[in-house]
Design a protein around this ligand. Sequence first.
Ligand SMILES: [Zn+2]
Length: 59
Amino acid sequence: MKKHTREVEAKLMTFTCQWCKQTVTQLRLPSPHSYCSERCRTEARREQQKQLMRLRRAK
Ligand SMILES: [Zn+2]
């Protein structure tokens, strides 16, 4: 098994949750879409899928 020479660093980041718009500071890996909690991530994904379905239906 190969050992990672360098792991992706989690950093203390302050960001605005894409779902509830709260500004939070969390130790996390850098990512383009940031949510303050699993719940927000789940809710946002659900809403995105709903909108996609709506768009498909509108065509
Ligand atoms: Zn949130």
